[in-house]
Design a protein around this ligand. Structure first.
Ligand SMILES: [Zn+2]
Length: 425
C-alpha cells in the first residue's frame, strides 16, 4: 500500500460534457467515493481543486520509453530506412545505464503530461522497471524480442523474457506487470511467435506486438505466406483477449472479423503513423466492428514526444479528414480510447473515475487562456488542452506531481544527466 491513506480532491470539475463539480475521496490506492457531500474532515490530505478538471490518468498503450534518448534521430524517413539506417545502429550501443537514464527522462515527461500507465516494449527492461518503481508510475513492461529467424537467437530472446517475468512481474506494489513482447511478424520467426503466445497464456500475461504498420509489411507477408498479418497470427494461435496489436494501419475487413472474434485490442499511434507516412489506421471501422481501440505515442523518435494530449487530439481529427465526416469519433469516444479502453487492453483496474477503481487521477489547470471559457470540460480536454496543463498527478493513491513539481524523482538531476550522456549514442 502507498504511504498516504486518505486524500480528498476537493471540488474539481468532473470530466464530462457538462459542468459538474464533486469531490473525490481516495483511500489507499483506490477511489472510495465521488460526491458533493464530502468534507475536509474525511481525509488526511486535502487538495484544493476548485479551478481544476479531474480526469482519469491517461493510458499510453504503445511506447518504447527509453527511446527518449533518440529524440531527434532520423526525422523524415520511411519506416524501413529509419529502422535500418538510423535507429538500429544506435540501439546496438545501448547499455543498462543509458536505458535507465532515458527511462527516467521519460517518466518525468509522462507524469508531467498526465500519463499514469504505459505499455512498453524495449531492451534492458529491468532498468526501465527501476525507473518506474522510483517514479510512482504504473507500467506493463515487455522485452522486445527479435530473433530474425535464427534458432539460437530465439532461445536466448525467450530466456530474457523469462528472466524479466521472474524479476519484475507484479513488483512495485503491483504497479509493474510484465508482458510478452515479440517485436513483429517480420522480425520474429513463427516459432518465436508461437512460443511467445504459449508463454503469455501460461503466465496469464499480455502479448504486445507491432502488426500491419506499413503496406510493405503486409505485401511482403502476402508474398511469403499468401496471408495478411492478422490472418497469419490467428493461424498460429497468437491472438486472444490479452493481445495488444500496435498500429493495425492496413487491416482488412476480413481481419476485422478475426480481431472481433478473438477480442484483440488495437493500440493506435496517430503521430507515429503520420510522421513515418505509414498510413491512416481505420479507427472508425474498428469501432464499428466492436474492437477495443486504445491510444499510444509509440517511441519518441517517431513522435517526437510522449504527450498523450496531442495523440488524443489527432485521433479524431485524422478519422474526420479520412472519412470526410466530422461526426466520427466524438469527444466521449476519444477520451475512452485514451483511458478506459487502454485499461481494458492491459487488464488493469484503472482508466475511470469510479468507486473501487485504482486511484490514478490527473488534475488539469482550467485557469489558462486556451482552456476558457469552460462550457464543456470534455471538449476542452480533447481539443484544447495541452500536456503542460497538467497540474497534479496521483498514481496508485500517491501524489507524484504537485503544482507541476515532481514529488518522487528529481527533474533537474534527470535532465542534467541526459545532457551529459546522450552523446554516447
Ligand atoms: Zn512501436
Amino acid at each position: 500500500m502507498s504511504q498516504t491513506n486518505t486524500i480528498l480532491i476537493k471540488n474539481p470539475y468532473i470530466l464530462s460534457d457538462s459542468i459538474k463539480k464533486e469531490s473525490i475521496l481516495l483511500v489507499d490506492n483506490k477511489i472510495e467515493e465521488i460526491s458533493t457531500k464530502l468534507s475536509d474532515n474525511d481525509a488526511e490530505i486535502v487538495i484544493d481543486a476548485e479551478d481544476k478538471i479531474a480526469m482519469p490518468g491517461l493510458v499510453n498503450t504503445h511506447t518504447h520509453v527509453a527511446m527518449t534518448l533518440l529524440r531527434g534521430v532520423g526525422d523524415d524517413q520511411e519506416l524501413q530506412t529509419w529502422l535500418n539506417e538510423y535507429i538500429w545502429p544506435k540501439e546496438a550501443k545501448l547499455t543498462d545505464e543509458l536505458v535507465y537514464s532515458a527511462s527516467r527522462l521519460a517518466m518525468a515527461e509522462m507524469i508531467k503530461t498526465g500519463t499514469t500507465t504505459f505499455n512498453d516494449m524495449y531492451f534492458f527492461m529491468e532498468q526501465t522497471a527501476k525507473a518506474v518503481e522510483e517514479s510512482g508510475l504504473r507500467a506493463v513492461l515487455g522485452y522486445g524480442m527479435i530473433d530474425l529467424f535464427d534458432d539460437e537467437k530465439r532461445k536466448s530472446e525467450l530466456n530474457v523474457t523469462k528472466k524479466l517475468i521472474k524479476n519484475c512481474h507484479n513488483t512495485a506494489n503491483e504497479r509493474i506487470t510484465v508482458a510478452v513482447a515479440p517485436h513483429s511478424p517480420y522480425t520474429c520467426s513463427e516459432e518465436l511467435l508461437r512460443q511467445s503466445a504459449q508463454m503469455a497464456n501460461k503466465n496469464d500475461l499480455n502479448l504486445h506486438i507491432h502488426v500491419s504498420e506499413t503496406k510493405k509489411e503486409v505485401n511482403d507477408l502476402k508474398n511469403q505466406r499468401n496471408q495478411t498479418p492478422f490472418e497469419y497470427l490467428n493461424d498460429i494461435d497468437f491472438l486472444n483477449d490479452k493481445t495488444i496489436a500496435a498500429h493495425g494501419v492496413w487491416t482488412t475487413d476480413e481481419e476485422m472479423k478475426i480481431l472481433n472474434e478473438k477480442n484483440v485490442s488495437i493500440a493506435h499511434n496517430p503521430s507515429s503513423n503520420m510522421k513515418l507516412a505509414s498510413g491512416i489506421a481505420p479507427i472508425q471501422k474498428y469501432l464499428d466492428n466492436d474492437i477495443n481501440v486504445s491510444i499510444g505515442t509509440d517511441g519518441v523518435s517517431s513522435n517526437n514526444n510522449l504527450d498523450m494530449f496531442s495523440e488524443m487530439k489527432l485521433t479524431p481529427l485524422l478519422q474526420k479528414v479520412d472519412t470526410l465526416n466530422p461526426k466520427v469519433i466524438p469527444t466521449n469516444e476519444t477520451i475512452k480510447m485514451a483511458t478506459e479502453n487502454g485499461a481494458k487492453a492491459l487488464n488493469l483496474n484503472t482508466g475511470k473515475l469510479q468507486k473501487d477503481k485504482l486511484a490514478d487521477i490527473v488534475l488539469l489547470n482550467v485557469n489558462v487562456p486556451h482552456m476558457l471559457p469552460l462550457r464543456n470540460p470534455l471538449s476542452n480536454v480533447v481539443y484544447s488542452a495541452l500536456g503542460n496543463d497538467v497540474d497534479t498527478v496521483i498514481c496508485d493513491g500517491e501524489i507524484i506531481l504537485e503544482n507541476k513539481e515532481l514529488t518522487k524523482i528529481n527533474e533537474s538531476e534527470i535532465m542534467e544527466d541526459i545532457k551529459e550522456i546522450y552523446t554516447q549514442l
